[in-house]
Design a protein around this ligand. Sequence first.
Ligand code: MD3
Ligand code: FE
Length: 210
Amino acid sequence: MDLFTKLRPEKQSIREGVTLLTSFADTDILLAEIPVLLGASPLRRMLTPGGRQMQVAMSNCGPLGWVSEPTGYRYTAYDPLSGNPWPDIPLSFRTLAREAAEQAGFSGFEPDACLINEYTPGIRLSPHIDQDEADRNWPIVSVSIGIPAVFQLYGLTRGGRAENIPLYDGDVIVFGGPARLIYHGVKKVERARDARIGEKRINLTFRRAH
Ligand code: MD3
Ligand code: FE
């Protein structure tokens, strides 16, 4: 063991279908793409079907993007804000998503949707399930960038106590198989600063929507 040996293992099985890949992503490379993507399709706080504004600011890249509107949740080919197609998923994003899925046992993952979530301190994401995707046999790959957050894992129902998983810059977590439809959320983000992006956390989720 030398001074530079990582204290956290590279790959951890959290439970069946949930694989945590710590420090898996080179987030400098990912961050270089973010201003380009958000220049085309800016972050926005979407309206929920209940008519409230979401705390988390969101955008998308890829052939399909997830949107929340008073009429419901859906995947669209066009950004409702700009009227243009969502920007392409950068090659570095697609490669990362495919390699992470491969590590977790899902070979050949080619996402058609990448949701970009932005958190600032004080913001949380309440427990929910992701069920707007047509083919739930593909996993969801999540990449954390910037300040830390505590991810909360429940079960197939909303009740019960959460398992708390702290996520740091570069951590990737893959949800598939029996974990694909579990309830999950993000605890209120604590104040912290990232040298590159300031008091922010960006989460990318790669999905096969259609
Ligand atoms: C577990 N985002 O965008 S990513 C979401 O950190 C979302 O921004 C959180 O939940 C975030 O829908 C958590 C991890 C994640 C994403 C999808 C899942 C976990 C999941 C789908 C099924 C089970
Ligand atoms: Fe989710």
